[in-house]
Design a protein around this ligand. Structure first.
Ligand code: HEC
Ligand code: HEC
Ligand code: HEC
Length: 418
């Protein structure tokens, strides 16, 4: 109810804000520029479009690339369909480069009608005008796809677009990207990509009740439906054993000594991060780990030689469950088989403070998401108590962090919520 009231107030504030903006101050004016058609710009635009992962949202399952229509569920009941962004009349054919930039930077369409922040302009606002123009040039060079996108199914009052004006006044950050002169070019490039086109915070940063990212909790990890997006701050990553080299490998291939990727992150790697060039992958890893330069390989090898400390933990129940259900694939000592089976010793999913992803992986299993095969589901084979014993055993023996123990009720809670 509180949420509903605040939403209605937002809607009214938004309406007034819109009128005030439109008639008193006018809208920020965005310079008109002709669409670039040279091949070099189109190629650069194709690369930037991949870094922005536009395709994951703007392509429906079995639909044509960029023709929109993917349904995005919201926590408010109902959801939104992504737009057709091919140059057809149902898409962006009528847009100018200024209007396109307006969408990316300000979240407003051709007549300054606000668009929903499910389109991550809350991150893309730092994208430079030149990069926006290159992306536009690439999209306009595609074959037009004539496909109508279904109408959104958001309930009242969320379906009042004008309320977004109030939302934007409160939450939308419109500042441009400003490089930090004290940091290296690589760190700054990483910062630009992670905060902007990469829109990592849209999943990895917690949101408030009205769906806006919490600015003071950047990248500390957030609950999504299903798998959680873990903490990817420098502290969180280092604590769980990530090094610069391993992060770059993970971006490029979706696997590495810290594990394999799955869920939403699998899409982000497949469609976006794996297409980034090695310099950009390295820059993003440097920024995330807060390093000015990639450490030399020698230094990294020394770091990786420290194996996780195996702690004394009375886990005979968990240990025997592990040996009878998991060791055949992951190995008795949890070390896996390189390039075939992920190691659980030193695995980042095992080491996450919140065990949600670990519980879900065991219960649901995983589709074959990388070069690795699928992982079977154990929901029908293990009870809640067995899963909690097993998870406690994994967390106590295969990570050197002090992780909280789980009860059967925690496992049930996690399974019921997801
Ligand atoms: C997380 C999902 C998501 C991602 C990623 C995403 N979009 Fe969107 N986009 C949407 C949704 C949803 C809408 C429709 C919003 C609405 O109805 O208000 C939209 C709308 C748009 C529109 C407005 C179209 C119109 O006709 O008004 C453009 C242009 C656009 N997106 C371009 C892009 C580009 C370029 C990228 C990559 C740099 C991108 N989008 C990435 C979800 C996404
Ligand atoms: C038939 C072989 C097989 C068995 C049995 C198996 N796994 Fe897996 N497991 C896999 C494969 C393959 C993957 C990688 C899946 C992917 O990402 O595509 C995986 C992934 C995982 C992950 C995610 C690792 C990461 O990198 O984030 C965890 C955790 C895990 N398994 C735990 C277990 C536990 C606990 C058991 C026993 C209850 C078990 N597995 C049994 C094959 C198996
Ligand atoms: C659409 C949501 C989404 C976006 C966007 C996203 N992530 Fe993730 N990310 C996840 C989820 C969910 C997981 C957990 C699954 C896994 O480990 O593969 C994850 C896992 C990760 C992991 C592995 C952490 C671990 O401990 O295993 C890293 C590193 C990571 N993301 C980095 C990034 C970076 C960098 C970006 C931006 C370029 C990004 N993510 C964008 C959802 C997302």
């Amino acid at each position: 109810m509180r949420l509903l009231k605040s939403l209605i107030i937002l809607a009214l504030a938004g309406g007034l804000g819109y009128l005030a903006f439109a008639f008193i101050w006018g809208f920020p004016s965005v310079e008109q520029r002709p669409i670039t058609t040279d091949q070099a710009t189109i190629d650069r635009g194709e690369y930037l479009t991949a870094l922005g992962d536009c395709t994951s949202c703007h392509t429906a399952e079995d639909g044509a690339s960029f023709a929109g229509g993917r349904f995005l569920e919201t926590p408010f009941g109902g959801g939104l369909y992504s737009a057709n962004i091919t140059p057809s009349s149902q898409g962006i054919a009528g847009m100018t480069s200024a209007e396109f930039y307006q969408v990316l930077a300000f979240g407003a369409d051709t007549v300054w009608r606000p668009i929903y922040p499910a389109m991550p302009y809350t991150s893309y606002h730092v994208v430079t005008r030149d990069d926006s123009d290159a992306i536009f040039a690439y999209l306009m060079s595609l074959d037009p796809v004539h496909a109508e996108v279904p109408a959104n199914t958001l309930p009242f009052p969320y379906n009042i677009r004008l309320s977004l004006f109030g939302w934007n006044l409160l939450f939308a950050d419109r500042s441009a990207f400003s490089p930090d002169p004290k940091r290296s070019d690589s760190w700054n490039r990483g910062a630009y990509l992670v905060t902007g086109l990469g829109h990592c915070g849209e999943c990895h940063t917690p949101r408030n009740a009205l769906g806006a990212m919490e600015p003071l909790e950047r990248l500390i990890g957030a609950k999504l439906t299903g798998f959680e997006a873990p903490d990817i701050t420098a502290n969180g990553l280092t604590e769980r054993g990530w090094t610069h080299k391993n992060l770059v490998t993970y971006f490029a291939t979706g696997t590495g000594p810290q594990g394999t990727t799955f869920g939403e992150m699998h899409l982000a790697i497949k469609n976006s991060l794996s297409k980034a060039n090695p310099e950009d992958q390295s820059a993003m890893a440097s920024y995330l780990l807060n390093l000015d330069a990639a450490p030399s390989d020698v230094q990294e090898t020394v770091e990786q030689e420290t194996p996780p400390a195996f702690k004394a933990y009375d886990a005979s129940a968990g240990r025997s469950l592990y040996l009878s259900n998991c060791s055949l694939c992951h190995g008795r000592d949890g070390r896996g088989v390189p390039s075939v089976m992920p190691a659980l010793a030193g695995n980042s999913t095992v080491a996450q403070n919140d065990a949600v992803n670990l519980v879900l992986v065991v219960a649901w299993g995983l589709d074959a998401s990388t070069d690795y095969g699928p992982m079977p589901s154990f929901a029908d084979r293990l009870s809640d108590t067995e899963i909690s014993d097993l998870v406690n055993y994994l967390r106590q023996s295969f990570s050197n962090l002090d992780l909280p123990l789980l009860q059967a009720a925690d496992v049930r809670g996690t399974l019921n919520q997801n």
